[in-house]
Design a protein around this ligand. Structure first.
Ligand code: SF4
Length: 232
């Protein structure tokens, strides 16, 4: 699922919450950056939305280029690989896609990628690979947010949903646990603090190795006494 990177009024997108969950400092540095599509999500989404297990690749590529004119031609190969692997995965059926959901209570909004109204089953689509077991923790938090918003927006009350890891052709059903909802609330509070201009501390498991903001962030700089005493 994708949403805008920013706060709208007093609400925050689920994608922003997930960014704050991964690293609130990185979210701070990137929060005003334009959202640039990698193209991979658009491809994975169109592959997942195909109701036919072996769709026409040329036609699908044309649709993808129409949806996202910035998609790079060299991603055509990525589409081929996704289609090849998804040809062995049963199609996850749906009746609705891109369902806008929100929670007034928590000030969150987002999109649910797929909903099958006959079974009240939702799916979120990922352009990343799957872990060896289960689902990535940020996907569990994302799903928890979707379920919370879906209930408030539509009254549909479910305990879990599918996470489709398209490049691996893997669909995993996941029921978020209390720790996932706790992480969701913590990430929401962090995102709210960042949106109010606070630069938060580096989390223990921050993904620094692949971070574009490492020079601005200086994550390993020792803290001064005043920064600890007057921390917001
Ligand atoms: S360098 Fe590390 S702590 Fe700093 S913003 Fe990046 S991921 Fe976060």
């Amino acid at each position: 699922m994708t949403e805008s990177n920013n706060k709208t009024g007093d609400t925050i997108s689920i994608s922003s919450i997930i960014q704050a969950y991964r690293c609130p400092r990185r979210y701070y540095f990137s929060r005003h950056d334009p959202v640039i599509s990698s193209g991979k999500y658009t491809i994975c989404k169109q592959v997942s939305l195909c109701k036919d297990q072996t769709p026409d690749e040329d036609q699908l590529w044309e649709e993808i280029c129409l949806i996202d004119p910035t998609v790079k031609p060299d991603l055509r190969e990525y589409l081929s690989r996704c289609l090849e692997i998804m040809a062995h995965t049963p199609v996850v059926k749906y009746t609705d896609s891109d369902i806008q959901v929100h929670s007034v209570r928590y000030g969150i909004y987002g999109l649910v990628d797929k909903l099958d109204s006959s079974s009240n089953t939702i799916s979120i689509i990922r352009s990343s690979g799957a872990p060896a077991y289960g689902c990535w923790s940020d996907d569990r938090v994302r799903l928890a947010a979707c379920i919370l918003c879906l209930k408030e927006s539509t009254g549909i009350d479910i305990v879990g949903g599918n996470i489709e890891y398209i490049p691996d052709g893997i669909v995993r059903y996941c029921e978020p646990q209390p720790r996932d909802r706790r992480r969701l609330l913590q990430a929401l509070h962090m995102a709210q603090k960042v949106m109010n201009g606070n630069l938060l501390d580096k989390p223990v498991n921050a993904p620094c190795k692949k971070c574009l903001y490492v020079n601005q962030c200086n994550p390993d700089k020792p803290k001064t006494l005043s920064s600890i005493l007057f921390k917001k």
